[in-house]
Design a protein around this ligand. Structure first.
Ligand code: NAP
Length: 254
Protein backbone atom coordinates (compact mmCIF):
# COMPACT_ATOMS: atom_id res chain seq x y z
CA UNK A 1 0.00 0.00 0.00
CA UNK A 2 1.31 3.45 -0.89
CA UNK A 3 0.57 6.15 1.69
CA UNK A 4 0.99 9.89 1.24
CA UNK A 5 1.66 11.94 4.38
CA UNK A 6 1.10 15.65 3.82
CA UNK A 7 2.59 18.10 6.33
CA UNK A 8 5.26 15.54 7.13
CA UNK A 9 7.43 18.02 9.07
CA UNK A 10 4.68 18.95 11.54
CA UNK A 11 4.01 17.48 15.00
CA UNK A 12 1.66 14.82 13.69
CA UNK A 13 3.59 14.30 10.43
CA UNK A 14 6.83 13.53 12.27
CA UNK A 15 5.04 11.15 14.66
CA UNK A 16 3.58 9.32 11.65
CA UNK A 17 6.95 9.04 9.92
CA UNK A 18 8.65 7.76 13.08
CA UNK A 19 6.21 4.83 13.08
CA UNK A 20 6.17 4.24 9.32
CA UNK A 21 9.96 4.08 9.09
CA UNK A 22 11.26 0.56 8.51
CA UNK A 23 7.81 -0.91 7.85
CA UNK A 24 6.33 -2.46 4.71
CA UNK A 25 4.41 0.71 3.95
CA UNK A 26 5.49 2.50 0.81
CA UNK A 27 5.54 6.11 2.00
CA UNK A 28 5.59 9.37 0.10
CA UNK A 29 5.70 12.71 1.88
CA UNK A 30 5.08 16.36 1.06
CA UNK A 31 6.74 19.47 2.36
CA UNK A 32 7.63 22.96 1.20
CA UNK A 33 11.10 22.54 2.65
CA UNK A 34 14.22 20.97 1.27
CA UNK A 35 14.32 17.76 3.27
CA UNK A 36 17.58 16.05 3.94
CA UNK A 37 17.94 12.83 5.93
CA UNK A 38 14.30 11.93 5.35
CA UNK A 39 14.45 8.44 3.89
CA UNK A 40 11.15 8.77 2.03
CA UNK A 41 10.09 9.80 -1.45
CA UNK A 42 9.50 13.53 -1.01
CA UNK A 43 7.45 15.86 -3.21
CA UNK A 44 7.57 19.64 -2.91
CA UNK A 45 3.98 20.74 -2.63
CA UNK A 46 2.19 23.88 -1.51
CA UNK A 47 -1.52 23.98 -0.70
CA UNK A 48 -1.47 27.78 -1.01
CA UNK A 49 -0.56 27.74 -4.72
CA UNK A 50 -1.44 24.17 -5.67
CA UNK A 51 2.14 23.52 -6.78
CA UNK A 52 3.16 19.86 -6.69
CA UNK A 53 -0.21 18.50 -5.55
CA UNK A 54 -0.80 16.33 -8.65
CA UNK A 55 2.62 14.78 -8.39
CA UNK A 56 2.04 14.15 -4.67
CA UNK A 57 -1.28 12.37 -5.19
CA UNK A 58 -0.16 10.39 -8.24
CA UNK A 59 0.01 6.61 -7.61
CA UNK A 60 -0.90 6.67 -3.89
CA UNK A 61 -3.67 4.57 -2.29
CA UNK A 62 -4.13 6.36 1.02
CA UNK A 63 -3.62 9.98 2.05
CA UNK A 64 -3.16 11.06 5.67
CA UNK A 65 -3.61 14.81 5.39
CA UNK A 66 -1.56 16.31 8.22
CA UNK A 67 -0.73 19.60 6.47
CA UNK A 68 -2.35 22.62 8.06
CA UNK A 69 -1.73 26.28 8.73
CA UNK A 70 -3.40 27.43 11.95
CA UNK A 71 -1.85 30.89 11.99
CA UNK A 72 -1.54 32.19 8.42
CA UNK A 73 -3.85 31.86 5.40
CA UNK A 74 -5.75 29.05 7.10
CA UNK A 75 -8.85 29.65 4.96
CA UNK A 76 -6.81 29.18 1.78
CA UNK A 77 -4.58 26.33 2.98
CA UNK A 78 -7.02 24.36 5.14
CA UNK A 79 -10.17 24.92 3.08
CA UNK A 80 -9.42 25.90 -0.55
CA UNK A 81 -6.19 23.88 -0.45
CA UNK A 82 -8.09 20.82 0.73
CA UNK A 83 -10.65 21.36 -2.04
CA UNK A 84 -7.85 21.41 -4.64
CA UNK A 85 -6.44 18.22 -3.16
CA UNK A 86 -9.81 16.46 -3.13
CA UNK A 87 -10.51 17.47 -6.74
CA UNK A 88 -7.45 15.48 -7.86
CA UNK A 89 -7.90 12.61 -5.37
CA UNK A 90 -10.87 10.90 -7.03
CA UNK A 91 -8.96 7.61 -7.42
CA UNK A 92 -7.73 7.52 -3.82
CA UNK A 93 -8.97 4.54 -1.79
CA UNK A 94 -8.95 6.30 1.58
CA UNK A 95 -8.45 9.95 2.56
CA UNK A 96 -7.83 10.28 6.30
CA UNK A 97 -8.48 13.71 7.78
CA UNK A 98 -7.32 14.55 11.32
CA UNK A 99 -9.57 17.15 12.87
CA UNK A 100 -10.14 18.60 16.35
CA UNK A 101 -12.67 17.78 19.09
CA UNK A 102 -15.45 20.34 19.60
CA UNK A 103 -14.66 22.68 16.71
CA UNK A 104 -18.28 23.62 16.06
CA UNK A 105 -18.61 24.96 19.64
CA UNK A 106 -15.41 27.00 19.80
CA UNK A 107 -15.46 30.45 18.18
CA UNK A 108 -12.02 30.54 16.59
CA UNK A 109 -11.25 31.22 12.93
CA UNK A 110 -8.97 28.19 12.53
CA UNK A 111 -11.62 25.89 14.02
CA UNK A 112 -14.28 27.35 11.71
CA UNK A 113 -11.99 26.53 8.80
CA UNK A 114 -11.47 22.98 10.08
CA UNK A 115 -15.25 22.59 10.30
CA UNK A 116 -15.64 23.85 6.73
CA UNK A 117 -12.95 21.38 5.67
CA UNK A 118 -14.92 18.54 7.31
CA UNK A 119 -18.01 19.67 5.38
CA UNK A 120 -16.04 19.62 2.11
CA UNK A 121 -15.04 16.04 2.81
CA UNK A 122 -18.56 14.98 3.78
CA UNK A 123 -19.90 16.36 0.49
CA UNK A 124 -17.12 14.88 -1.65
CA UNK A 125 -17.13 11.52 -3.41
CA UNK A 126 -13.63 10.71 -2.11
CA UNK A 127 -13.79 7.76 0.34
CA UNK A 128 -12.73 9.28 3.62
CA UNK A 129 -12.53 9.12 7.39
CA UNK A 130 -12.64 12.23 9.55
CA UNK A 131 -11.12 11.60 12.96
CA UNK A 132 -11.04 14.29 15.59
CA UNK A 133 -8.44 14.37 18.34
CA UNK A 134 -8.16 16.59 21.37
CA UNK A 135 -5.12 18.89 21.67
CA UNK A 136 -1.72 17.16 21.73
CA UNK A 137 0.27 17.22 25.02
CA UNK A 138 3.15 18.91 23.19
CA UNK A 139 0.83 21.53 21.70
CA UNK A 140 -0.58 22.60 25.08
CA UNK A 141 2.86 22.60 26.67
CA UNK A 142 4.43 24.66 23.86
CA UNK A 143 1.57 27.14 23.73
CA UNK A 144 1.12 27.82 27.45
CA UNK A 145 3.93 26.31 29.47
CA UNK A 146 7.11 26.75 27.46
CA UNK A 147 8.22 29.92 29.26
CA UNK A 148 7.76 31.31 32.73
CA UNK A 149 8.00 35.01 33.50
CA UNK A 150 9.75 36.00 36.74
CA UNK A 151 9.35 32.39 37.93
CA UNK A 152 5.66 32.41 37.17
CA UNK A 153 3.49 30.63 34.63
CA UNK A 154 0.87 33.25 33.74
CA UNK A 155 -1.94 31.13 32.36
CA UNK A 156 -5.72 30.99 32.03
CA UNK A 157 -5.59 28.31 34.69
CA UNK A 158 -9.26 27.35 34.79
CA UNK A 159 -9.57 26.35 31.12
CA UNK A 160 -9.63 22.64 30.41
CA UNK A 161 -7.73 20.28 28.15
CA UNK A 162 -7.98 16.56 27.50
CA UNK A 163 -4.58 16.45 25.91
CA UNK A 164 -3.46 13.35 24.06
CA UNK A 165 -0.12 11.89 23.05
CA UNK A 166 0.63 12.61 19.40
CA UNK A 167 2.32 9.21 18.93
CA UNK A 168 -0.84 7.41 20.07
CA UNK A 169 -2.94 9.46 17.67
CA UNK A 170 -0.48 8.75 14.85
CA UNK A 171 -0.72 4.99 15.56
CA UNK A 172 -4.51 5.28 15.46
CA UNK A 173 -4.39 6.95 12.03
CA UNK A 174 -2.01 4.31 10.67
CA UNK A 175 -4.35 1.60 11.92
CA UNK A 176 -7.18 3.44 10.19
CA UNK A 177 -5.32 3.31 6.88
CA UNK A 178 -5.74 -0.49 7.03
CA UNK A 179 -9.49 -0.21 7.48
CA UNK A 180 -12.33 0.80 5.19
CA UNK A 181 -13.31 4.49 5.06
CA UNK A 182 -15.88 5.28 7.75
CA UNK A 183 -16.99 8.83 6.94
CA UNK A 184 -16.71 10.22 10.45
CA UNK A 185 -15.41 8.21 13.35
CA UNK A 186 -15.32 8.49 17.16
CA UNK A 187 -13.23 11.23 18.76
CA UNK A 188 -9.74 10.31 19.95
CA UNK A 189 -9.43 12.05 23.31
CA UNK A 190 -6.70 11.93 25.92
CA UNK A 191 -7.06 9.85 29.13
CA UNK A 192 -7.97 12.69 31.52
CA UNK A 193 -9.44 16.16 31.56
CA UNK A 194 -7.28 18.64 33.47
CA UNK A 195 -7.35 22.37 34.04
CA UNK A 196 -4.37 24.27 32.69
CA UNK A 197 -3.44 25.09 36.30
CA UNK A 198 -3.25 21.34 37.05
CA UNK A 199 -1.11 20.83 33.94
CA UNK A 200 1.24 23.65 34.99
CA UNK A 201 1.50 22.16 38.50
CA UNK A 202 2.38 18.75 37.01
CA UNK A 203 5.13 20.34 34.94
CA UNK A 204 6.51 22.08 38.06
CA UNK A 205 6.44 18.77 39.98
CA UNK A 206 7.98 16.60 37.25
CA UNK A 207 10.76 19.08 36.44
CA UNK A 208 11.36 20.09 40.05
CA UNK A 209 10.84 23.72 39.18
CA UNK A 210 10.47 26.60 41.64
CA UNK A 211 7.89 28.30 39.38
CA UNK A 212 4.45 29.29 40.64
CA UNK A 213 1.19 29.41 38.70
CA UNK A 214 -0.65 32.71 38.32
CA UNK A 215 -4.19 32.39 37.13
CA UNK A 216 -5.54 34.79 34.49
CA UNK A 217 -9.10 35.06 33.27
CA UNK A 218 -10.46 36.66 30.14
CA UNK A 219 -13.77 37.98 28.88
CA UNK A 220 -15.44 36.57 25.78
CA UNK A 221 -16.91 33.49 24.19
CA UNK A 222 -13.63 31.87 23.21
CA UNK A 223 -12.36 31.80 26.80
CA UNK A 224 -15.78 30.58 28.00
CA UNK A 225 -15.78 27.68 25.52
CA UNK A 226 -12.43 26.40 26.86
CA UNK A 227 -13.60 27.05 30.42
CA UNK A 228 -16.58 24.81 29.74
CA UNK A 229 -14.35 22.18 28.15
CA UNK A 230 -16.00 22.30 24.72
CA UNK A 231 -12.67 21.01 23.39
CA UNK A 232 -13.03 17.79 25.39
CA UNK A 233 -15.10 14.62 25.14
CA UNK A 234 -15.42 12.80 28.46
CA UNK A 235 -16.94 9.77 26.70
CA UNK A 236 -13.88 9.24 24.52
CA UNK A 237 -10.91 8.90 26.84
CA UNK A 238 -9.11 6.71 24.34
CA UNK A 239 -5.44 7.66 24.71
CA UNK A 240 -3.49 5.95 27.50
CA UNK A 241 -0.48 8.23 28.01
CA UNK A 242 -1.27 10.96 30.54
CA UNK A 243 0.19 14.46 30.48
CA UNK A 244 2.33 13.56 33.49
CA UNK A 245 3.70 10.45 31.74
CA UNK A 246 4.43 12.53 28.64
CA UNK A 247 6.40 15.00 30.80
CA UNK A 248 8.26 12.19 32.59
CA UNK A 249 9.20 10.52 29.28
CA UNK A 250 10.61 13.84 28.12
CA UNK A 251 12.76 14.14 31.25
CA UNK A 252 14.13 10.61 30.69
CA UNK A 253 14.98 11.34 27.05
CA UNK A 254 16.62 14.74 27.72
N1 NAP B 1 -1.71 20.29 17.30
C1 NAP B 1 -2.75 19.72 17.95
O1 NAP B 1 -2.85 19.78 19.19
C2 NAP B 1 -3.81 18.99 17.16
C3 NAP B 1 -4.85 18.33 17.84
C4 NAP B 1 -5.82 17.64 17.11
C5 NAP B 1 -5.77 17.63 15.73
N2 NAP B 1 -4.76 18.30 15.08
C6 NAP B 1 -4.76 18.27 13.61
O2 NAP B 1 -3.66 17.47 13.18
C7 NAP B 1 -3.17 17.97 11.93
C8 NAP B 1 -1.67 18.23 12.05
O3 NAP B 1 -1.46 19.22 13.04
P1 NAP B 1 0.01 19.57 13.57
O4 NAP B 1 -0.16 20.19 14.91
O5 NAP B 1 0.91 18.40 13.39
O6 NAP B 1 0.41 20.73 12.56
P2 NAP B 1 1.81 21.48 12.45
O7 NAP B 1 2.78 20.98 13.44
O8 NAP B 1 1.49 22.95 12.42
O9 NAP B 1 2.34 21.04 11.00
C9 NAP B 1 1.63 21.37 9.86
C10 NAP B 1 2.48 21.09 8.63
O10 NAP B 1 1.74 21.59 7.50
C11 NAP B 1 2.64 21.98 6.50
N3 NAP B 1 2.15 23.17 5.80
C12 NAP B 1 1.93 24.41 6.30
N4 NAP B 1 1.55 25.24 5.31
C13 NAP B 1 1.48 24.49 4.17
C14 NAP B 1 1.16 24.77 2.82
N5 NAP B 1 0.87 26.01 2.40
N6 NAP B 1 1.21 23.76 1.90
C15 NAP B 1 1.56 22.51 2.31
N7 NAP B 1 1.90 22.17 3.56
C16 NAP B 1 1.85 23.16 4.48
C17 NAP B 1 3.97 22.34 7.19
O11 NAP B 1 5.00 21.60 6.54
P3 NAP B 1 6.15 22.27 5.64
O12 NAP B 1 6.52 23.57 6.32
O13 NAP B 1 7.25 21.27 5.67
O14 NAP B 1 5.57 22.45 4.29
C18 NAP B 1 3.81 21.83 8.63
O15 NAP B 1 4.85 20.98 9.00
C19 NAP B 1 -3.99 19.23 11.63
O16 NAP B 1 -5.04 18.90 10.76
C20 NAP B 1 -4.53 19.64 12.98
O17 NAP B 1 -5.72 20.38 12.89
C21 NAP B 1 -3.79 18.96 15.76
Amino acid sequence: MKVLITGATGQLGLALLKQLKNTDYNVKITSRRKLENFNFECVYSDLLTGEGLKEAVNDVDVIIHAATSPRKDSDIIDVSGLKKLLDISQDIKHFIYPSIVGIEDIPMKYYRNKYQAEELLKNSSVPHTIVRASQFHSFVENLFLSKSLFKRYLVPGEIKFQSVDVDEFAAHLIQMSEEIPKGKTEDFGGPEILTLREMAELKIKVNNESNKVVNLSFPGKLYKSFLEGKNTNEHQKVGKITFEEYLRNRVVHK
